[in-house]
Ligand binder design. Structure first.
Ligand SMILES: [Zn+2]
Ligand SMILES: [Zn+2]
Length: 106
């Protein structure tokens, strides 16, 4: 006997929607872990040199009581620059799809 299955065929797709808020991961230049951008700080020396592409240091390394970056007497040169780590890439989020030509030729 054929029974009609009344199972609703709902395709369950587990597409993981990437959370856009604060989901940007950056690499801490001290411990080299990937941390979210919001949990990281930029060494000011690096920030002045490289702006938004500056290296990041996670809060753990920054505030660490033994070898933290923010400790007094610590060399505040950016450890990422010293190690020659690659700078952050410019955010792809701000990619402009259309190039607006602003050459005003009046
Ligand atoms: Zn770290
Ligand atoms: Zn740096």
């Amino acid at each position: 006997m054929k029974r009609r299955s009344s199972l609703k065929h709902r395709s369950k797709r587990n597409i993981r929607t990437r959370s856009k808020r604060g989901g940007n991961k950056v690499r801490c230049c001290m411990c080299e872990r990937r941390v979210s951008e919001r949990n990281s700080l930029k060494p000011s020396a690096c920030l002045m040199k490289h702006g938004s592409r500056a290296h990041r240091i996670c809060k753990d390394c920054w505030w660490d009581s033994e070898n933290g970056f923010a400790r007094e007497g610590v060399n505040h040169e950016c450890p990422g620059c010293k190690k020659g780590m690659p700078l952050l890439k410019p955010k792809p989020a701000s990619k402009v799809s259309e190039v607006v030509d602003l050459t005003l030729d009046s």
